[in-house]
Design a protein around this ligand. Structure first.
Ligand code: ADP
Ligand code: MG
Length: 403
């Protein structure tokens, strides 16, 4: 991959794909609740603008629905709030284009002077961005290409998507990888090529179906796999335990059994929680109690791993030399159910070795606990992208940048 240090950008228009897909307050204000991904994009923007480039940033936000730009824009979420936050962080104005390939984008791109930065509206307002039809995506890419002389790919969180702004656009123009993408790939390579041992993986989050692929591949790499979060209940069910009204993907029980059998065959230790914080329902103030992980009452829902499990997980991480963590141990957004996630996060800060946090929610959890981000080896900006890399899949955005 060519780096941005290898290209001449002064006075040139650079189409920069970033990942600015930040979580927004769901209770109405629409405010940005964690600006980690915006901050992670600052270095590349500063570097390009400092070198005299005219920077046109493209990014997506959420998963807007609708048949065309107008319908999707009416339903939001707009990147306007992100442009404002980006401007604050850069200490300067970021021009915002209210469309993607229309008159506003044209005027905004044309109006840029050397060193100035603009952000185009949500690329996913354009249905062609995510289209399965190659020619539709290529049409959008060709329209976007009008606004730039060069392409820089730095949206690591989207490189696993075969989308117009990620895959088709770099194929049309001279391109380079941004420093964030380069750094993320370097860390992932360390996790897959001769990692220091013991190598522990902690998996949590909501859906086991999202993570089965990566578990399969990690069984060939890791020495221990610790499982918590919503996905653990399908594993507990696979072992024949009652899980009450906890998150359960019944159609994946057999796959979990297969994972457990494969782990035994390979001598990989699977560590499951011994106790669970079980609540009467899914709510921040739901009454709860610590129960055995092997006997969750039928009318209770597991929302966090319990204190014994937290101690067990911390012990299993204490001597590790490589740790990859993806997915919170519980519903950390509710303070009453955040202790397990906090325990894992704190355990990672004490590891003498490479620690990598992957996953938007896991990274947001680390920041919400106020832990020093410098105490982690690497906090990835891309959950899905890092998982797919670790699954051994080819990532279209990287393929395009490598071409
Ligand atoms: P990441 O973004 O780090 O990859 P995921 O998106 O897979 O993580 O999962 C994060 C979500 O999982 C969080 O919103 C969290 O509330 C949810 N979660 C964790 N544990 C549970 C649980 N026991 N029941 C329901 N949801 C859970
Ligand atoms: Mg997530």
């Amino acid at each position: 991959m060519r780096s941005i240090d290898d290209i001449e950008v002064a006075g040139r228009r650079v189409l920069l794909r970033c990942d600015l897909n930040v979580p927004l307050d769901k209770s109405g204000s629409g405010a940005i609740t964690d600006d980690g991904r915006i901050r992670a994009s600052l270095p590349v923007i500063r570097k390009l603008s400092g070198a005299g480039a005219r920077v046109v940033v493209m990014a997506h936000l959420g998963r807007p629905k609708g048949d065309d730009f107008a319908a999707r824009a009416a339903g939001g979420p707009s990147l306007r709030v992100v442009a404002e936050r980006l401007g604050e962080l850069l200490g300067g104005c970021v021009a915002f284009a209210a469309d993607l390939t229309g008159p506003s984008a044209q005027a905004t791109a044309d109006g840029l002077e050397d060193g100035q930065v603009a952000l185009l509206e949500n690329v996913r307002f354009e249905p062609a961005e995510t289209s399965k039809d190659d020619s539709e995506r290529q049409g959008l890419a060709a329209a976007l290409a009008n606004f730039g002389d060069l392409y820089v790919g730095d949206g690591f969180g989207a490189v696993h998507r075969k989308h117009a702004s990620v895959y088709d656009l770099p194929l049309l123009m001279p391109h380079a990888a941004g420093d964030l993408v380069t750094a993320e790939v370097a860390v992932l390579r360390r996790l897959t090529e001769s990692p220091a041992r013991p190598y522990a993986v902690v998996l949590g989050g909501s859906k086991v179906s999202d993570k089965l692929g990566v578990i399969g591949n990690l069984l060939g790499l890791a020495d221990r796999v610790l499982i918590g979060g919503g996905m653990v209940y399908t594993f507990l069910a696979a072992l024949g335990h009652e899980v009450g009204s906890s998150l359960l993907e019944a159609d994946h029980i057999e796959s979990c059994k297969a994972v457990l059998a494969e782990a035994r065959r390979r001598g990989v230790q699977i560590v499951l929680p011994t106790d669970i914080v079980a609540a009467t329902g899914f709510a921040a103030d739901a009454p709860s109690a610590v129960v055995s992980a092997q006997a969750i009452p039928a009318d209770r829902m597991g929302l966090d791993i319990g204190p014994d499990s937290s101690a067990l997980f911390a012990a299993k991480l204490a001597d590790a030399r490589t740790v990859f963590w993806n997915g919170p141990m519980g519903v950390f957004e509710f303070p009453a159910f955040a202790a397990g996630t906090r325990a894992v996060a704190e355990a990672l800060t004490k590891v003498d070795g490479l620690t990598v946090v992957g996953g938007g929610d896991s990274a947001a959890a680390v920041r919400s606990f106020g832990l020093d981000e410098g105490a982690f080896g690497h906090i990835s900006t891309g959950g899905g992208a890092s998982l797919e890399y670790l699954e051994g899949k080819t990532l279209p955005g990287l393929v395009a940048l490598e071409s």
